[in-house]
Design a binder for this molecule. Structure first.
Ligand SMILES: C[S@@+](CC[C@H](N)C(=O)[O-])C[C@H]1O[C@@H](n2cnc3c(N)ncnc32)[C@H](O)[C@@H]1O
Length: 203
């Protein structure tokens, strides 16, 4: 099972907060897809970052569609419960821990508060089906997943991402992932230090 932990890539979260969120917050509903979310620390870290920087009204209208092929068949339960071990939250800043986690006397585990749990919905999904989880998405996050695919599969998945974003939508991937030449024309880079791209609409 893929081991991930909270706030694993704080720089990417900060770039989403500073460059994508200001543009997205004018929308009434914000739908985000975290594709290849593993057991949940990544979508929950994103949800916490957005909650910290959105009004509570807008946050209630945010959904993070967290998906994974989930070969272990355990992610749904783990994500729904929102319970994690202490070693998975070691990078969580103290004020964030105090605000968004509860201990409930459960030794060795902490639980994410309901306010955050309610913003993340998990579905089992295989990216290679090339079926988007929904259309009109504001942001797609797909990190440390595309590298497992064949070059041709990677191209088709990125085309599917482009198609499922609304015209002002964003795509973010890991820093070491280069956009294949075949799909470069579909996106424009937003910053140089994180692979955050804005959709080019008329392609
Ligand atoms: C290294 S983990 C990355 C987790 C998280 N995105 C992160 O960066 O912390 C890769 C994840 O991709 C998922 N994955 C692999 N192939 C997939 C596919 N075809 N469709 C959906 N998810 C897939 C795996 O199950 C695993 O949870």
């Amino acid at each position: 099972m893929a081991f991930t932990y909270f706030f694993r890539d704080r720089q990417t979260l900060e770039v989403i907060r500073d460059f994508a969120l200001p543009k997205l917050r004018s929308r009434r509903y914000i739908h985000i897809w975290d594709a290849g979310c593993a057991m949940g620390p990544e979508p929950y870290s994103l949800a916490i970052t957005l909650c910290e920087n959105m009004g509570s009204m807008l946050f209630r209208n945010l959904r993070i569609h967290a998906t994974d092929v989930d070969e272990s068949n355990q992610f749904q339960e783990i994500i729904r419960e929102g319970k994690y071990r202490y070693d998975q939250i070691k990078s969580v800043p103290k004020h964030v821990f105090e605000r968004y986690f509860e201990t409930n006397g459960d030794e060795g585990n902490v639980r994410i508060k309901k306010e955050i749990r309610d913003s993340v919905v998990f579905t089992r999904h295989d990216l290679l089906s090339l079926e988007p989880v929904r259309k009109n998405l504001s942001l797609i996050m797909c990190k440390n997943v595309l590298l497992h695919f064949q070059p041709e599969q990677r191209i088709e998945v990125i085309k599917m991402f482009h198609h499922s974003l609304h015209d002002e939508g964003y795509f973010v991937t890991e820093q070491t992932q280069q956009l294949p030449q075949e799909v470069e024309h579909l996106f424009e880079p937003v910053v140089s230090h994180v692979k955050l791209y804005k959709k080019k609409a008329h392609c």
